[in-house]
Structures are given as structure tokens and as C-alpha cells.
Design a protein around this ligand. Structure first.
Ligand code: OSB
Ligand code: MG
Length: 368
């Protein structure tokens, strides 16, 4: 497979409501989208999950643009692909910049699956026909607003609630949710807002029976997390700290976590995500698919990877209507009784809504 043309779009989509984490608020979602064309004019789509500011990780939309334009796209246009896994070696000598690599690799996977006439899920080795999904709820102005959000998403059928927490918006929020909604599947995500000095506070969460607490400590840490996990009953799930299969192995060896959130962007693409999945499955460590407020295109890739058997916990891949008034794919991603039905068409399995795609495009560049 030769890729003869690559289109890079700068996209902008307004979220239905702002999304707040311990590191900041997103109102307007700007991101890069990739179209990779083969000799026959078939196209594969990929999405970069790098945000405008380097607050979740060090990548930004502009660093991704630089890496794609000056390194990754030229390498890709020169290469003849036997398989999308080629990207592991092709991009392997470029350090980090995982989200930039994943964006292009995702487009190559979609194109490859379309050429094979196979749904992306199947091309990846997935077997589920529907996937269980939850929702991630941002930090709210007050506890009453959080309870309203939880109620709304429970009635929409989501199978587990994840709530963002930060110092000053944590134990009381969890206690109030438990009081109001009882034993629902519930977890918290701190996005690195605490330190080991907060262990006494985090231990107070144990009495609320959370499924897990996600990334309580520093984004580059696996040592303190191991210390914390030894003191907590609540399982720790790592997000920000895991970039590679080696990171995952070391974290599991150290006891830094008992669950891993696999984000395709954060780990450099679908092939790497699958490798982390395989390691965790061999060690009987549950994984689930995280999200980065993706458009329908990144969302479709998340649906596909979640069909692998080791994704045993509901992920953050919510329906399109949780984020957007109108998505850029048709049909949109929908959630029925807490499940997303996996599309059966070739590739990502959703059509791009060209009119909506163009309307959300700020600028585009073509490389050949
Ligand atoms: O930590 O999982 C996270 C969104 C942006 C950055 C980081 C995170 C998130 C989410 C939202 O939790 C998940 C989603 O709904 O896409
Ligand atoms: Mg997280």
C-alpha cells in the first residue's frame, strides 16, 4: 500500500457545554484531522488528540503540526506499507510525540481496513458487536450541579459515571453522589492534582467503594503511585503516566496501578494500544478506553479498539450528542441502553459528513 496524498485539516468544533478538569477548561475543541489517500483515491481518516495548550500532556496542536509536516508525513509518503504495524518501526526513531504519530497511524489503519473490505474493529482483532460505555463528567461549580449531571447521564443509560475531582472538590462530591444514587458504578479522575502528602485524604475515598481512582498523582510518576496504591483499597488506574508498553510493564511490576486507561493518542496509535492491551490481558489486568473529547472520527477509532477482549470495563467513549450539536460523521455515534453498536462497514464504519466537515475546517494543507 502506497499513500500518495495526505490532507491535514485544522478543525474547530464548539462543545455543547465547557469541559473542566483539574488542569483547565475546554470550550472550543480545536484539533488536527488527517486524510490519507491511496493510489485508487480511497481515503483513511485519523484524528490528533493533542489540544491547543500543553496541559494534559506536552503536545499541542502546533507541535503536532510541526511533527506531521516536517517528519511523519514525509516518512509516510516515501514508505510502501505491508501493514499499519509498519508505523511502529517507521516512526520509532522519533522520540515521543505520541499524538502526532497516532493521528497519522489511525488514518493508515482506516485506509488499510477499507482496502481489505473489513471493519476496523475486525482488522484490529476485536470481536465484540457492542461495547459498554460510561461518561466522564467535568468539574462543576457546585455539588448540586454535579448531581444533576449524574442524574442526566444515568437516565441516558450510561453504564458508569466518572467524575473529575481536584483538591476542594473531591470527598464531599463522591459522598453526595453515593447518598443520592446508591451503589452505581462510580469512579473519580484527578488528572494529577494530588501528591503523596494527600494520601490521608485519598484514603477517605476507600469507604465509598469506587471502581478506581484515575491518575491521582503526578503525570510522570509511577513510584509514588506504587506507594499510594499500597495504602489504598481503591484500585488506582493510570492514564497520563503510561505512554508505552514498557511503561505499562514497569507500572504493573511496581504495583503502581491495578487498571490502565488506554488512550490511542497518548500511546502513539492503535498498534501500540493493542500491544498494551495484550500485555494487560496476559497479566489479567483490566483495561478500558479513555477519551479526549474526540470528534466522530477519533471516536470511531476508540469504538474499534474497545472491541478487543481485554477492554472489560466501560470506557469514556460516549455518544456524539454528549459533546456536539452536530458531529462530522453519519450516522453519529449513539448509545442505547449503555452500549454502542459496533459498525459493520469497512474501515471506521461511519461516513464522513462532508458538509459538516468543511464547515468545521479552519484551514487545510495538502502533501504529496
Ligand atoms: O483525563 O481522561 C482524561 C478529557 C480531556 C483530557 C483528559 C481527559 C478527558 C476526559 C474526557 O476525561 C473523556 C471524554 O469524554 O472524551
Ligand atoms: Mg484521565
Amino acid at each position: 500500500m502506497k499513500i500518495v496524498r495526505i490532507v491535514l485539516r485544522h478543525m474547530s468544533m464548539t462543545l455543547k457545554s465547557p469541559f473542566t478538569t483539574s488542569f483547565g477548561t475546554t470550550t472550543e475543541k480545536e484539533f488536527l484531522l488527517i486524510e490519507a489517500y491511496d493510489e485508487d483515491g480511497r481515503v483513511g481518516y485519523g484524528e490528533s488528540t493533542a489540544m491547543v495548550s500543553p496541559f494534559y500532556n506536552e503536545e499541542t496542536m502546533k507541535t503536532n503540526h510541526h511533527l506531521l509536516r516536517d517528519f511523519l508525513i514525509p516518512l509516510t509518503l516515501r514508505h510502501t506499507f505491508a501493514h499499519p504495524d509498519d508505523c511502529i518501526e517507521l516512526y520509532g526513531h522519533i522520540r515521543k510525540n505520541m499524538m502526532a504519530k497516532a493521528a497519522l497511524e489511525g488514518a493508515i489503519w482506516d485506509l488499510y481496513a477499507k482496502r481489505m473490505g473489513s471493519p476496523l474493529a475486525q482488522a484490529l482483532g476485536g470481536d465484540k458487536t457492542k461495547i459498554a460505555v460510561g461518561v466522564s463528567i467535568g468539574i462543576q461549580d457546585n455539588i448540586a450541579d454535579m448531581l444533576k449531571q449524574v442524574e442526566q447521564y444515568l437516565s441516558a443509560g450510561y453504564q458508569r459515571m466518572k467524575v473529575k475531582v481536584k483538591p476542594g472538590f473531591d470527598v464531599d462530591v463522591i459522598a453526595a453522589i453515593r447518598k443520592e444514587f446508591g451503589a452505581i458504578p462510580l469512579m473519580a479522575d484527578a488528572n494529577s492534582a494530588y501528591t503523596l502528602d494527600d494520601a490521608h485524604l485519598l484514603k477517605r475515598l476507600d469507604e465509598y467503594g469506587l471502581m478506581m481512582i484515575e491518575q491521582p498523582l503526578a503525570s510522570d510518576d509511577i513510584i509514588d503511585h506504587a506507594q499510594l496504591q499500597a495504602q489504598l483499597q481503591t484500585p488506582i488506574c493510570l492514564d497520563e503516566s503510561i505512554h508505552t508498553v514498557e511503561d505499562a510493564r514497569k507500572a504493573l511490576d511496581l504495583g503502581s496501578c491495578r487498571i490502565i486507561n488506554i488512550k490511542v493518542g497518548r500511546v502513539g496509535g492503535l498498534s501500540h494500544a493493542k500491544a498494551i492491551h495484550d500485555l494487560c490481558q496476559a497479566r489479567q489486568v483490566p483495561v478500558w478506553c479513555g477519551g479526549m473529547l474526540e470528534s466522530g472520527i477519533g471516536r470511531a477509532h476508540n469504538v474499534a479498539i474497545t472491541t478487543l477482549p481485554g477492554f472489560t470495563l466501560p470506557g469514556d467513549t460516549s455518544g456524539s450528542n454528549r459533546y456536539w450539536h452536530e458531529d462530522i460523521i453519519e450516522p453519529e455515534v449513539t448509545v442505547e441502553n449503555g452500549f454502542i453498536h459496533v459498525p459493520t462497514q469497512a474501515g471506521i464504519g461511519y461516513q464522513v459528513n462532508q458538509k459538516r466537515l468543511d464547515a468545521c475546517t479552519v484551514s487545510s494543507e495538502t502533501y504529496r
